[in-house]
Design a binder for this molecule. Sequence first.
Ligand SMILES: [Zn+2]
Ligand SMILES: [Zn+2]
Length: 149
Amino acid sequence: MEKSLREQITEISEALRRKGYRLTPQREAVIKILLENPNQHLAAEDIYAMVRKTHPEIGMATVYRTLDLLSKEKIINQLSFEEGHCRYEMESQAHHHHLVCLKCGKITEFNIQLLKKMEEALAAEHEFQIVGYLLKFYGYCAQCTPAEE
Ligand SMILES: [Zn+2]
Ligand SMILES: [Zn+2]
């Protein structure tokens, strides 16, 4: 069953409290934007523009500070796609990876079992306990690939 927005925010609020932080209205506003826009990989500027609609008193610096704190506490994921700025998504989103179009910037998510096998093989071969990894494929999406004549 899908959790409601309220339930998700309550869980995050409890997680923050365990770490010694309060869910301030500013933090809640930022989290809400990310929860309401799953799979969007929003940049800080996008989040700022959306937050301002309901909380015009929130400044850009507050949005950045909030995103930093939430990333540090592993509530959200900070993603870098080599664009000169970061994008953000909720950590709770199912584990997935990204295909990045170099032309239009479209980000497609994928999650394949093959990676699990690769992880196990690498761990065994190098006696290395893998706890996480980030994988990005760069290329061109269907709209940006010239059709073959
Ligand atoms: Zn993603
Ligand atoms: Zn594209």
